[in-house]
Design a protein around this ligand. Structure first.
Ligand code: AMP
Ligand code: ZN
Length: 112
């Protein structure tokens, strides 16, 4: 998929509206449009990568990413009580082919 056609690239470039909760030069965090938990935020790299494997292969920094996760959790007031998930590939449930991490929290979270 080209970056022009990618919905999360468009959100990252702020060409499509989203409910932004935090942002850096490298990452953007915005609320999921169909939340499956009381708090459900998506974190994307601003640069297009299909999934976690592609981003790691391209040299993505998990240290900076995890620091941003903590910043997001504090921003939406769920520090110390959240779930972090990324789906890699359709078989794992990935629907949008631009890497994103789900940050979910709240009493409605189902167990695995
Ligand atoms: P995944 O199944 O891991 O690919 O998750 C894709 C997520 O993106 C789903 O939770 C959708 O609700 C969410 N989503 C799709 N389009 C938008 C959008 N325009 N703004 C915010 N979240 C979206
Ligand atoms: Zn993209």
């Amino acid at each position: 998929m080209s970056d022009d056609a990618c919905i999360f690239c468009q959100i990252a470039r702020e060409e499509l509206p989203s409910d932004v909760v935090a942002s850096t030069d490298e990452f953007l965090a915005f609320r999921d449009i169909q939340p499956r938990a009381a708090t459900h935020v998506l974190i994307v790299p601003r640069e297009h990568h299909d999934d976690l494997d592609a981003w790691i292969a391209a040299g993505g920094s998990s240290d900076r990413m995890l620091a941003f996760v903590r910043q997001v959790a504090q921003e939406v007031d769920v520090a110390g009580r959240y779930r972090l998930v990324t789906n890699v590939g359709e078989d794992a449930g990935q629907v949008v082919p631009h890497l994103h991490w789900h940050v979910m929290a709240g009493s409605r979270l189902p167990g695995f």
